[in-house]
Design a protein around this ligand. Structure first.
Ligand code: PA5
Length: 471
């Protein structure tokens, strides 16, 4: 994997120089050499074939691989309808929310809701994901119901948090507009078969988009789940998909560990994990990518954390975490694999102004310098400091953040995650631990047929307070 040449049309560059043990080099991380990664080539090739065959056969969970190639005319039509509203409120959680935040955060101007309408060109966006009465009431008070659309997204069509939040807004909306008019403000995204939302949409006659049955929640960002709000807010869904398709094609063509970044990242993750580096830190130096880390954390954590295995995803943000976590990262335990992401030509820059006050003369080294170069040097310094501490670092340099490149990054990380599940021998597409928590909640809330879960969780909860201190 020699240093490559770069051009403006590149998607991005992934560098592994300090992610493997370089032998003679005194600072490179110990224990995982490029040579030792070769043993994963065969299983990765098998895993890739398993994914691609599974996708072609419509196997549960693998449909994300085909999303870049699906038609999105129905999503764009619904997005056009949404653009006629002043605001949209989305009820959804986990995979039915984090992808939206990631796309908006990366590609829309910051402080979107506060921009004047003429600068937005799309509705304000509010998300009701957590169960928080104060948040919901605040959102309700911030919107004008007759100018607001309500989107409810749930793959299973039954998640308690999403349903409770939606029921609140639906009730208010009916009181405000009457049931018939209220239904004209609602759009449902759910599975064709499961849950209550599909029959609900039929009953009230509201708009509905399908969430493909072979796509799981955390892999659904490039389906109606993520694309509807993105397109409504003015992003180009087709370019996102084109970037994802471009990545998929590159991955499909590169059947070698040292040329295929999905294979290499997967092998690297597994090898470091098996070497005791059981955390993976994702640290962009770009505020716009902060939500990318949250999306990745769910993807990685829920897909791989099962049967007693799985590395823990850690979200970090440069430069903020230089002043919070870097001490631990550089000199703490050698239990993490780091990924530092930078954007080489961000859309905006500020030249740090010069000033004449004597007290500020020591700041002269900053005068006239670009804020982006400060940020770039900080990223480089962090990567170097972590590497100097003997910890493995991958760097990703993205020329510009746009739909094409974000789509490609999403597709790459979904591929890495799914492959890593295969290598670790876990099913990357189920989430029994999440279902367990949901079932306990249903039991406690008195949902019919969940009394056994109610009993079990009550017994466990009693044990939680066997020893306590009240202050
Ligand atoms: O990835 C997953 O399957 C989960 O994290 C879900 O996205 C989350 O639990 C929400 O589920 P649903 O979309 O069914 O309401």
């Amino acid at each position: 994997m020699a240093r490559g040449t770069r051009s403006d049309s590149d998607l991005f560059t992934v560098s592994f120089g300090m992610a493997v043990d370089n032998g003679a080099d005194s600072v490179s991380p110990r224990g995982v050499s490029a040579e030792s990664l070769k043993k994963y080539a065969e299983i990765l090739a098998k895993g890739d074939a398993w994914l691609r065959e599974g996708c072609a056969a419509g196997r549960d969970g693998v449909g994300w691989l085909a999303l870049p190639f699906r038609d999105i005319g129905d999503i764009e039509e619904a997005a056009g309808w949404l653009r006629g509203f002043d605001a949209m409120v989305q009820a959804g959680i986990g995979g039915s929310a984090l992808g939206n935040l990631m796309l908006h955060g990366a590609l829309l101007p910051p402080y979107w809701n506060e921009l004047p309408e003429a600068k937005r060109g799309g509705p304000r966006f509010y998300l009701a994901d957590n169960v928080d009465p104060r948040d919901n009431r605040t959102v309700w008070n911030l919107i004008e119901p007759e100018k607001t659309a309500f989107i409810v997204i749930s793959k299973s069509g039954s998640t308690a948090e999403t349903m409770a939040n939606f029921l609140f807004f639906w009730d208010r909306l009916k009181v405000e507009l009457g049931p018939k008019k209220a239904a004209e403000h609602v759009l449902v995204i759910t599975d064709e078969e499961k849950g209550v939302l599909r029959p609900f949409a039929d009953e009230i006659g509201c708009r509905r988009l399908v969430l493909p049955s072979d796509v799981g929640g955390r892999f659904s960002v490039l389906s109606s789940v993520g694309l509807l709000s993105a397109c409504a807010l003015g992003l180009d869904g087709r370019k996102l998909l084109a970037g994802a398709a471009e990545m998929d094609e590159k991955l499909a063509q590169r059947a070698s560990l040292f040329e295929n970044p999905a294979w290499f990242l997967s092998a690297l993750s597994v090898a470091h994990y098996r070497h005791g580096r059981n955390m993976t830190v994702m640290m962009p130096y770009e505020d716009a990518l902060e939500r990318f880390c949250e999306w990745f954390a769910q993807l990685w954590g829920e897909s791989l954390g099962k049967n007693g295995v799985g590395s823990t995803p850690v979200r970090a943000l440069g430069a903020i975490d230089q002043h919070s976590q870097i001490q631990l990262y550089t000199e703490g335990p050698d239990d993490k694999l780091f990924t530092v992401i930078t954007v080489s030509a961000p859309e905006e820059d500020i030249v740090i102004p010069e000033t004449e006050e004597k007290a500020l003369v020591p700041l002269g080294y900053l005068f006239g310098q670009s804020m982006n170069s400060l940020r770039r040097y900080e990223a480089l310094s962090t990567a170097a400091a972590v590497a100097k501490g003997g910890k493995p670092v991958v760097t990703i340099e993205i020329p510009r953040l746009d739909e094409r490149r974000l789509g490609a990054l999403i597709q790459l990380y979904e591929h890495v995650t799914a492959l890593t599940g295969y290598v670790l021998d876990v099913n990357p597409f189920d989430q029994p631990g999440v279902e367990q928590g949901k079932n306990f909640t249903y039991g406690l809330m008195g949902r019919p047929d969940y009394s056994a879960q109610a009993l079990e969780v009550t017994e466990l909860a009693e044990k939680l307070s066997l020893r306590e201190m009240t202050l």
